[in-house]
Ligand binder design. Structure first.
Ligand SMILES: Nc1ncnc2c1ncn2[C@@H]1O[C@H](COP(=O)(O)OP(=O)(O)OP(=O)(O)O)[C@@H](O)[C@H]1O
Ligand SMILES: [Mg+2]
Length: 284
């Protein structure tokens, strides 16, 4: 079976007006994203994540190279049909409710009648905007709720691939976790999820594989676990050690020729701390 997304030597060069030269946004990018995979595009601002996504979507024409979606040339109708997209800074008419937004997207995909209403209700409940929340105008939504409404819209055509450009940008820790839980849920439903982020911690516990971009080029690629494991080092976490035993342990390490790189109480991630200290009813 063809890959969900396949690119070869993908390149995008923007020509700036008024003789201001060119910007090489993506250069020689080879990707192979398998079906059912959760794939993260990582990299700092301006590293080419959005540009790469737009070429895969067919919203931008590559300067050179090729991109295919489920075996179809990117940009063709057959390719576009496979992808649901949540853009980086989505614009939603603020007077619509979440429900109306998703219904509108559904109509654009040619859905209607009972099938559409059923689908809208199912998606709103998936993104936890069922009931009252879904009927409120978007202008009353938080950033996290807006992202979830947009995600429901991206899913309305039941696409094979879901592409999310910085889905957690500007969203607080609890909201980010909800979005990551949704990504996991989509994976369980057999979807391929491709998303970008400039925050490594946002992808750590959800991506199966990542590519790290730098100035439009692939810096590293692989399973995060493999990329992040420092195999030359060893870490022990223990409870119940007294002061004397700690000194003894330290002495033992030095005596056996180890270079002690760090010692002390481990720190929790701020996000986990925050979520752990939320009132019970707000935890999920
Ligand atoms: N339409 C455009 N015209 C000219 N240059 C562009 C255009 N779009 C993007 N660029 C440039 O291409 C490079 C890559 O931009 P891109 O938006 O793909 O990066 P990104 O990784 O998505 O960044 P961010 O994390 O800020 O969203 C940047 O140098 C950017 O200024
Ligand atoms: Mg971007």
């Amino acid at each position: 079976m063809s890959a969900a997304v396949w690119t070869q030597s993908l390149r995008k060069e923007f020509t700036l007006g008024w003789g201001r030269g060119r910007v090489l946004a993506v250069e020689g990018l080879d990707l192979e994203i398998k079906r059912g995979e959760v794939f993260g595009l990582l990299g700092p601002n301006g590293s080419g994540k959005s540009t790469a996504m737009k070429m895969i979507l067919g919203l931008l024409r590559p300067t050179a190279g090729r991109a295919e979606v489920c075996g179809n040339l990117a940009g063709t109708l057959a390719a576009r049909k496979q992808i649901g997209f949540l853009p980086e800074n989505p614009y939603f008419p603020a007077f619509l409710s979440g429900l109306e937004l998703v219904r509108y997207y559904g109509k654009l995909c040619g859905l209607g009648g009972k099938a559409l209403e059923g689908r809208v209700a199912e998606l709103l409940s998936l993104v936890r905007l069922g009931g009252e929340a879904g009927r409120r105008p978007l202008r009353t939504y938080s950033k996290g709720m807006l992202q979830r409404a947009g995600l429901a819209g991206a899913l309305v055509s039941d696409p094979e691939i879901v592409m999310l450009d910085e889905p957690t940008a500007g969203v607080d820790p609890a909201g980010s976790r909800e979005i990551r839980d949704l990504i996991r849920e989509l994976k369980e439903r057999g979807k391929t999820v491709i998303f970008s982020s400039h925050l490594l911690e946002q992808v750590e516990d959800v991506a199966d594989r990542v590519v790290i971009l730098h100035r439009g080029q692939k810096l590293r690629e692989g399973r995060l676990e493999d990329l992040l494991t420092m195999s030359g080092e060893w870490q022990v976490r223990a409870r119940g050690l007294g002061e004397a035993q700690r000194r003894e342990l330290h002495a033992w390490l030095v005596q056996h020729g180890a270079e002690v790189l760090g010692e002390g109480s481990p720190r929790e991630r701020l996000e986990d701390y925050f979520l752990r200290n939320l009132p019970e009813r707000e935890r999920r």
